[in-house]
Design a binder for this molecule. Structure first.
Ligand SMILES: [Zn+2]
Length: 402
């Protein structure tokens, strides 16, 4: 979107209080906020590794509890909400078009189930009424409210933070396909009950699954989650794999397509390296290629075909340089870089060495200065085993890819 010239303010909230966090804190006998801080740090480390830009705002649910209590108060005073023994609930009969987002009627949604919260508390007026506020049990984290000590319901957290930070009628609300119902439906229901316009558009992404279409398990050796994945493979290869799948489709992750992404990425890096060394004339990006790319991205973010355009442009640039047409080659190469940048896929030419490798080379130098030659040799062998040429001169150690 930013590549298209749209100014983007992205809000991505952190749910730092909910039933699962409290359960885990009790089970592991740890403070709940220690768990949420740790998880948040792990999450952003993985996002950094994937070159995912930081959202403009990262609000935490616990910073907005006062505003949530205020919103629930408004719903209570307009009779859209009611209190029971275990919390405060939204009366969905006060929302005339409830179910609009899920495109299903209520009976289907309820029989489809999936979410325990849909059914539950015996005193609810309607089975689909959902908790805005949950009274706390002894020892649980809690905040004051006019109805009793407790914590906000998950659906209330999101609607308050999005309306507060982005305002009414904000452009786009995203999330996993599993959140369409009940979570997003219920966020929207609260806004409707408040008489406020909520998101204008919704986009729901598919799940990451293994090659059998099941939830990720053991299909990638010991890799079962994102943290493992970005440690075992070039994170850019995973980014490429995501780009080669349409966002609404399930993302199949298996050894075969990870391997083929690693290979495709090496081809793109190799191309960037060749172009950097080819001393091409300065040319702006080929307009025809960019127009095609834009058309695909404008069509519901068709990244698989956009990736295909990138590979095709690489192929054409290679042909152009072989036939001596450096002008055309330069325009195509610039287009490849621009398209890759738009997709957040950062290509590396040979001179860009991984920061961790550069660190090791510096440690090698430090060991030599300290006359710890055993350590220096060990680091040299380790770097060579990782595929680097290690050149030690008076100026220090330089590594480059073999
Ligand atoms: Zn949400």
């Amino acid at each position: 979107m930013e590549w298209c010239g749209i100014q983007v303010r992205l809000v991505s909230n952190i749910t730092d209080i909910d039933d699962k966090i409290i359960d885990r804190a009790n089970r592991e006998n740890r403070p709940w906020n220690e768990i949420t801080h740790k998880c948040e740090a792990v999450w952003f480390d993985a996002m950094n590794a994937l070159d995912v830009m930081r959202p403009t705002d990262v609000p935490h649910a616990t910073e907005y509890v006062e505003q949530m209590v205020e919103m629930i108060g408004e719903l209570m005073s307009s009779d859209s909400a009611y209190a029971t023994d275990d919390g405060v609930y939204l009366d969905i009969s006060s929302v005339p078009d409830y179910g609009l987002l899920a495109h299903q009627n209520l009976e289907d949604m309820l029989s489809g189930g999936g979410d325990r919260e849909v059914l539950g508390a015996a005193q609810k007026r309607h089975p689909a009424d959902f908790a805005l506020w949950k009274f706390s049990k002894p020892g649980e984290p809690s905040w004051p409210s006019p109805w009793g000590e407790g914590r906000p319901g998950w659906h209330s957290e999101c609607v308050v933070m999005s309306l507060q930070l982005l305002g009414e009628g904000f452009d786009l609300h995203c999330g996993g396909a599993d959140l369409r119902f009940p979570h997003h439906e219920n966020e929207r229901a609260q806004a409707v009950a408040l008489g406020k316009t909520f998101a204008q558009h919704w986009m729901h992404n598919g799940f990451v699954v293994d090659t059998e279409g099941e939830k990720m398990s053991k299909s990638l050796g010991n890799v079962t989650n994102l943290v493992d994945l970005v440690q075992h493979y070039d994170p850019r290869a995973y980014r490429m794999l995501l780009l080669q799948t349409h966002y609404r489709s399930p993302v199949k992750v298996g050894q075969d397509n990870i391997d083929s992404s690693v290979k495709s990425l090496a081809n793109l890096d190799g191309f960037a390296d060749r172009m950097a060394k080819a001393a091409l004339p300065e040319k702006s990006a080929d307009t025809e290629v960019l127009a095609k790319f834009r058309e695909l991205m404008d069509n519901d973010i068709d990244t698989p075909n956009a990736m295909a355009i990138i590979f095709d442009t690489v192929r054409r640039a290679n042909i152009a340089i072989e036939s001596g047409d450096t002008e055309l080659c330069a325009a195509l190469a610039t287009a490849v870089h621009e398209m890759c940048n738009a997709l957040g896929l950062m290509l590396r030419s040979g001179d860009d060495i991984d920061a961790a490798i550069v660190d090791r080379a510096q440690q090698l130098d430090a060991a030599r200065v300290a006359k710890d030659f055993a350590t220096a040799d060990a680091i040299r062998i380790e770097l060579q085993a990782a595929g680097y040429v290690v050149e030690t001169t008076k100026a220090g150690t330089r590594v480059r890819l073999a």
